[in-house]
Design a protein around this ligand. Structure first.
Ligand SMILES: *[C@@H]1O[C@H](CO)[C@@H](O)[C@H](O)[C@H]1NC(C)=O
Ligand SMILES: *[C@@H]1O[C@H](CO)[C@@H](O)[C@H](O)[C@H]1NC(C)=O
Ligand SMILES: *[C@@H]1O[C@H](CO)[C@@H](O)[C@H](O)[C@H]1NC(C)=O
Length: 247
């Protein structure tokens, strides 16, 4: 009985410390659920890792959903949230990608707005007792969206990671669909700048095609009218024209 209580106590203790989050995965998505089964973190994108050592240009896929998922959700909007995926290869090499999120009051269009940010991407490789750590620049914000929105992007994105020990960077390539919801599920989307600009220019191009068509129609009508007017007010030419058509 005492033993049972002891185990229960340990379980609760562990539960409170780690908030009892469980992970879930689906194709290109990794996420965390809290102790009552609600999703509190969801990250979707396809990732490739380019190790630029020796001028290498061949990126390797890092299948997030195949790894061991760990992390923590933010207990509230003031706290950080983390998710990582760790893949152990058959040769004993262990690769880990970690994403750290936080919120920050940001000044956007003259109003202060609480936003979440992907503040840090970290790549760690362990092999035969050696560990290499590469991380994104401390001053950079990789993804950011208002707290009430998810970040959605239809374009790919590169993030360069540096290491104190190595003189070459590692590039993390994010491929769409990119859908990031680190502070719980959101129904509103914040479209990334690149996709927004591209869809805007697509629709402008579409509109300008229609516009050009209208201009062409107007100018050809004007041309016909001009022709008729000219014929009407230039009797000599009218005669010539009429004689030409008669003959
Ligand atoms: C990588 O490329 C640079 C510049 O093109 C060259 O100087 C260097 O020797 C190359 N390094 C290797 C290991 O091939
Ligand atoms: C970023 O900040 C952490 C501590 O805040 C520091 O240990 C690390 O060296 C910094 N990294 C870079 C690339 O400046
Ligand atoms: C990312 O980097 C790769 C390799 O340097 C490059 O081919 C690709 O165009 C880059 N993608 C973006 C979106 O910048």
């Amino acid at each position: 009985m005492v033993l049972l209580l002891f185990f229960l106590f340990c379980f609760l203790e562990l539960c409170l410390k780690s908030q009892c989050e469980t992970s879930y995965t689906s194709e290109h998505t990794i996420g965390l659920e809290n102790d009552i089964g609600d999703i509190c973190m969801s990250v979707t994108f396809r990732v490739e890792v380019l190790n630029t050592e020796n001028n290498n240009t061949e990126a390797l896929p890092f299948n997030l959903a195949n790894g061991k998922i760990s992390g923590k959700c933010a207990i509230d909007r003031k706290h950080d949230a983390i998710i990582s995926s760790t893949i152990e290869e058959e040769n004993g090499r262990v690769k880990k990608l970690k994403f750290a999120f936080r919120t920050e009051e940001m000044h956007v269009k003259r109003v202060d707005e609480l936003r979440w940010q992907l503040k840090k991407v970290e790549y760690t490789e362990k092999y035969e007792g050696n560990t290499a750590v590469f991380e994104s620049d401390n001053s950079s914000v990789i993804f950011s969206a208002p707290l009430t929105q998810k970040y959605v992007c239809e374009d790919s994105l590169n993030v360069t990671l540096q290491s104190d020990e190595f003189n070459f960077p590692i590039v993390i390539m994010f491929y769409p669909e990119i859908d990031v919801q680190p502070y719980g599920p959101k129904s509103n989307s914040f479209l990334c700048e690149r996709t927004r600009r591209r869809t805007l220019s697509d629709s402008l191009q579409h509109r300008s095609t229609i516009f050009a068509g209208v201009i062409l129609a107007i100018s050809s009508i004007a041309h016909i009218i001009g022709h008729m007017v000219r014929r009407h007010f230039m009797p000599q030419r009218k005669e010539i024209y009429e004689s030409l058509t008669r003959s």
